[in-house]
Ligand binder design. Structure first.
Ligand code: ADP
Length: 529
């Protein structure tokens, strides 16, 4: 017997229909790379997206075809998300910071058929065109090209219908080892994820929210914001450039209440605020994720009255996995204790399950005791089962996906990430968390950035060294940093050496590339080894 409720499939086009119908006049503002600004609203986004579906149909695009974008955050990019899924296609957001061989691989592997791109990325297009074998149509978002293309249509059209388990979006992981891997989201998984994003501990949206997403639309689905934002009818403020001065000015002028970005974005914002003396009085909710948010960052935002949602997730998890939700005894906690909670990666929303297993023997599930660290596994309706075109599932026989992260689960369910499986440093059979060393190091006022890696040691197997970039004009020596670290980590964790460098290598998503750093230090010898 079936239940007797209505058929209302979980397809993401419902999101834009709702936004246009219930929040049609809510503005979508774009600050373009050339400094100009345009304003549209949710009704305008829907109308343009419908016109785009007509234009795509005219090009012969079929259900399931991949429609790629190579673009920064702006209203036309948002239109193209809904236009691509609206025609029944699969939106493939490409990260323009990838290397050429990765760009070549993913567009061909995805079999992209149409590519929409920002004029700023024309050099990439020129370079890659001969190598991309499946793309038939290139459409520039700028110079009136996109507008002319959809301008020929009237917007009187229907969204494609289909199964809620149909794919709607494809995102590739940056592939720090081997080729990038494609994660194929479904309408249903994306919809459930969008609805979850509305929880106070995650995006905390209501109709008054004004969101400036700094997290790019080409990275991990911009954390699902373009979908969740439509369901809540938020005002979006997009900036096609990621410059702290531009972002701060926009935030204040447009009354931005919500923003989301990786820790380095917040660092740049703080620097600009310190240099100019401005603050962000309207801001009240900051989502920080992608890598660990340092303590001073959380503290500073919380002191300014901003609620910090320190989130953990990955492309494979759509990406919401956990966020720093308040605990039931929040009112009894001191400020310091609250920061302690927020510094960890937080708890799962309904729909995500976590467990840790022994790093050496994955059949052993570890206790949630707040001490034992292990390989983090995850399960749920918006978590990957199989990579795009892979022959085998990416999950254990009982359905868990291994994240490649290492963490501790506390008795109340709070996740504390301690490392990635490939970065953890093994010294004398015990694990040292590179992340904790780095977090402690960036707490020193003279340290701009720090990365810990393991170096071969004949007795201990590996010992940590810490690579440090000083803040401009700051003076600090290795001993002073060690003394600072000693206040935060166990003595045997202290790095055997501290090396000062001008720059630490970063990957395509702006995170430190430990692989490149390890390559740089491949022949490094410890003084006492
Ligand atoms: P990539 O693997 O290409 O870097 P993702 O953006 O999907 O792509 O990165 C996910 C990884 O980022 C996680 O597996 C985790 O290691 C790290 N990460 C994400 N959020 C956090 C966080 N809040 N704290 C620490 N690490 C995080």
């Amino acid at each position: 017997m079936l239940g007797a409720m209505q058929d209302w499939d979980l397809r993401v086009t419902h999101l834009i229909d709702h936004a246009a119908r219930e929040h049609g006049s809510r503005e979508i503002v774009t600050r373009w790379a050339d400094g100009s600004e345009t304003r549209t609203n949710w009704a305008g986004i829907r109308h343009d997206a419908l016109r785009m579906t007509q234009a795509l149909r005219r090009l012969g695009v079929q259900q399931g075809d991949r429609i790629a974008t190579l673009a920064m955050n702006h209203a036309r990019h948002l239109v193209s998300w809904y236009g691509a899924v609206g025609v029944g296609g699969v939106l493939h957001t490409i990260n323009p910071r990838l290397f050429d061989d990765q760009l070549e691989y993913i567009a061909n592997h995805a079999e992209d058929r149409v590519l929409l791109y920002d004029a700023a990325f024309k050099p990439i297009i020129e370079r890659m065109k001969p190598k991309w074998t499946t793309i038939r149509h290139y459409i520039c978002f700028d110079n009136g090209e996109f507008e002319d293309w959809i301008g020929a249509e009237d917007g009187v059209a229907e969204w494609a219908s289909g199964d809620e388990r149909d794919p709607c979006m494809l995102c590739y992981t940056s592939g720090t080892t081997g080729n990038p891997k494609g994660v194929l989201y479904e309408h249903r998984s994306t919809m459930l994820h969008a609805m979850t994003g509305l929880q106070p501990s995650i995006f905390d949206f209501d109709t008054r929210s004004v969101m400036l997403p700094v997290v790019p639309m080409f990275h991990a689905a911009s954390w699902g914001l373009p979908w969740a934002g439509a369901s809540a009818g938020v005002k979006f403020v997009f900036s096609a450039v990621n410059d702290a001065a531009v972002l701060c000015e926009l935030m204040n002028r447009e009354g931005v209440t919500h923003s989301a970005g990786v820790p380095t974005v917040w660092l740049a914002t703080f620097k600009h605020m310190d240099e100019t003396g401005i603050d962000l009085p309207a801001l009240r909710h900051a989502i920080i994720g992608g890598s660990a948010a340092p303590r001073f960052m959380i503290e500073r935002l919380m002191k300014a009255g901003v609620n910090v949602a320190h989130a953990w997730g990955m492309t494979e998890t759509s990406p919401i996995g956990t966020t720093g939700a308040m605990t039931w005894d929040w009112a009894d906690k001191s400020f310091e204790e609250r920061v302690d909670v927020k510094q960890m990666q937080g708890r799962v929303p309904f729909g995500v399950e976590l467990r840790t297993v022994d790093l050496g023997d994955p059949t052993v599930v570890l206790p949630r005791d707040g001490k034992t660290s292990g390989a983090l596994q995850v399960r749920g309706p918006w978590i990957i089962k199989r990579y795009f075109k892979a022959e085998q599932d990416a999950v254990t026989p009982d359905g868990w996906f291994d994240t490649g992260d290492v963490g501790i689960i506390h008795p109340d369910g709070t996740l504390q990430l301690t490392d990635r499986t490939k970065d953890v440093i093994k010294s004398g059979g015990e694990w040292i968390s590179s992340v904790e060393l780095e977090n402690a190091a960036v707490g020193h006022p003279a340290v701009a950035e720090a990365a810990a890696i393991g170096i071969y040691h004949p007795k201990w197997d590996e010992r940590p060294i810490l690579v440090v970039v000083k803040k401009p004009g700051a003076e600090v020596g290795a001993e002073e940093i060690k003394a600072h670290l000693a206040q935060h980590v166990a003595k045997w964790w202290l790095p055997d050496a501290i090396e000062f460098v001008d720059e630490i290598p970063h990957g395509a998503t702006g995170k430190i590339s430990k692989k490149d750093l390890r390559d740089q230090f491949r022949d490094y010898k410890l003084a006492e080894a």
